[in-house]
Design a protein around this ligand. Sequence first.
Ligand SMILES: [Zn+2]
Length: 342
Amino acid sequence: MKAVLLKAFGGVEHLDYVEDFPMPEIREDEVLIKVKATALNHLDIWVRKGALAIKPELPHILGSDVSGVVERVGNLVRNVKEGDEVIVSPGLSCGVCYECLSGRDNLCRYYDILGLKTKGGYAEYVKVPARNVIPKPKNLSFEESASYPLTFLTVWNALVRKGQIKPYSKVLIWAGSSGVGVAGIQIAKLMGAFVVATAGSEEKARRCKDLGADLVINHYQEDVPKRVREVFKEGVDVVMDHVGEQTFSKSIECLKKGGKLVFFGTTTGSNANIDIRYLFVREIELIGTYMGPSADLLKISELFERGLLKPVVDKVFHLSQAREAHEYLEASKHFGKVILKI
Ligand SMILES: [Zn+2]
């Protein structure tokens, strides 16, 4: 089958497009999917660089977000059949431990993400456990359907479950143009919150507003905490940070007393410098999140099908252009998701 193989950790030159990689073989409880589209995530870049504590065996196949058509199902599979149009829930877990059975599968000790240690969607075919396969929203194209699982699941967990945003919450979303940014703006808006987003250009700011942001701050030209405090004297209730080193302390400065910082990514580095006194005196909550319970993806898909959430696809590359797609994502030129079409 066609696939993009990661043969060594490092630059994009280690991504090799081949046409003769062996097809995956499914077990009785697994599903083989003919991949139609797969989305890029920053996770792909970290895995490619070997920058995470967890490293896959090489050669590896990246790709956490998959949409496609069911090609074959194992004997025990009941929930889908050949020919069904589906998406994949990217969180892989054991399914039988206390956390899994309690609906907190993202805390399973065996938790993995498709494309992290397990071979993912940069290929003609991918195999996944049947419980990870869910129907594709009928109103979305394959490219649009591949654009949301990982980011929207992550953001839903961060803002709705952990951040507990309410209609009267004021929420700050860093880098509103990113994959998680476009999810953050829409989910916070859907929950009725006042949404402040940051963006790096006028054009990106305009598009953040189109998605529902009430206020957009240029994070290159303005002092974000200062601007936030000009608008809300006390600060905001919740900040969603996925940028890391460059924004983490600023995020804390933006929060009002008792505010929550929900965070899950470190695009700019992982070291933060925090004055601990500032945190306890103001009763600031630091809440790390990692993906989210798979069940939420069913509800998120419903919201897409009802048109309450909208996919934001920036650019579609062909699978054979994975190197160019990685360079494009790393250059931060995108607004929304970068997709590979197979
Ligand atoms: Zn488990």
